[in-house]
Design a protein around this ligand. Structure first.
Ligand SMILES: [Zn+2]
Length: 370
């Protein structure tokens, strides 16, 4: 993309970049043999990545905090597998705080999925639910568990210490209050540009995700707050293309699927390798044979599939299967229960008595390291 689609947005090619390129999966799109050929290739390369990545070191610490539980369509989160008649299931959004030390001694802090929850409600999907639902029912469907600012304050981390803001994808996000804007914003700062709450932080995003959301097709629009990305401070953005190593044991892999510009945070920890994304909503979606959610264990073999995708738009569903094969191959099993993998869904399926039939068999809840 060489032309700015929106006049005030910087040309996407002019944005600075981040990290050290990882070439293990380079050329995947040229592999012959269609989706199946690429899947075979991806699984082989994922084993190479797993071995190499473990040698890059470990971050100093990893912690998670809970932000909010929200309703999500069952037929998207568990695709066609669950038998539940209920329209919704419940997901809990979490933020990860990842810290490491560079070789020159500088400390780095990365926030993964720092959702500005108040602003998230302006996403067309959530606005439509709120408009169609009585307030008491909304209260039964939504639980606010803490804001990004509150959690950081409680952890003793100042806004100035944050270096990187990363999302697996930008559905429901509005990052203006985090990285600031170049112009006033009528809804939240009518008289002056929005000042960045994180003055030193930069949003690390796949260029494909920015390009895709700015030119969102109608089928993608319920999930994005497109206009909030028009006047972002360009100094607050680092655009990447594909896979990068950000720090010791901290990498981002391009995992097109849930959206075309999707990415997965990969962490090397005391318990081995983790992958964090929203390509699946529960770790049992990677080993559905162990799932007790009605419908899931039977659906997978009936349709010859070894995993259950989280699909709410359909642009890259074929690629998503292969991206999830990579995620499944690079991670370690859970030490206390090896039936399940160290895939941490950034929005994790959560038991909600309002919607029986989608209670998860296993939940991670948190990652703790260091
Ligand atoms: Zn999404």
């Amino acid at each position: 993309v060489t032309e700015a689609i929106i006049p005030s947005l910087p040309r996407l090619d002019d944005l600075a970049t981040a990290g050290t390129a990882i070439t293990t999966f380079a050329g995947m799109d040229q592999v012959q043999g269609g989706f199946g050929g690429r899947m075979f290739w991806a699984r082989q390369r994922a084993m190479v990545f797993r071995r190499d990545f473990a040698t890059t070191g470990r971050p100093t610490s990893v912690a998670t905090v809970d932000l909010v539980s929200v309703p999500y369509p069952t037929r998207f989160g568990l695709w066609r597998a669950a038998l539940s008649p209920w329209e919704y299931l419940s997901l809990t959004n979490r933020m990860l705080i990842v810290r490491w030390t560079e070789s020159d001694g500088r400390r780095r802090t990365l926030l993964f999925e720092p959702t500005d929850v108040d602003r998230g409600w302006h996403t067309p999907y959530f606005k439509a639910i709120a408009a169609a639902t009585s307030p008491p029912l909304v209260r039964a469907m939504v639980t606010e568990l803490g804001s990004v600012r509150e959690h950081l304050r409680a952890a003793g981390i100042a806004p100035e210490e944050i270096d990187y803001l990363v999302f697996d994808h930008l559905h429901a996000q509005d990052v203006r209050r985090w990285i600031g804007t170049t112009k006033p914003a009528a809804d939240i700062s009518p008289d002056a540009p929005v000042a960045p709450y994180f003055p030193n932080a930069r949003l690390v995003v796949q260029r494909a995700e920015l390009a895709g959301l700015l030119e969102a097709q109608p089928s993608q629009r319920p999930w994005y707050q497109v206009e909030t990305f028009h006047d972002l401070r360009p100094e607050g953005i680092l655009a990447i293309d594909g896979d990068v190593l950000l720090g010791p044991g901290v990498a981002l892999l391009a995992t097109p699927g849930h959206v075309p510009g999707n990415q997965t945070l990969v962490l090397n920890t005391d318990t081995g390798i983790w992958a964090v994304s929203e390509n699946a909503i529960a770790t049992e979606c990677f080993t559905p044979e162990h799932s007790l959610i009605p419908g899931v264990a039977g659906w997978a073999p009936a349709w010859q599939q070894e995993l259950i995708m989280n699909v709410n738009t359909l642009e890259t569903t074929g690629d998503q299967y292969n991206s999830m094969i990579i995620e499944k191959t690079i991670v370690d099993p859970v030490p206390s229960d090896p039936r399940f993998l160290q895939f941490f869904p950034s929005s994790e399926l959560t038991s909600n008595p309002a919607w029986p039939g989608t209670r998860p068999t296993f939940t991670h809840g948190t990652i703790t390291h260091g």
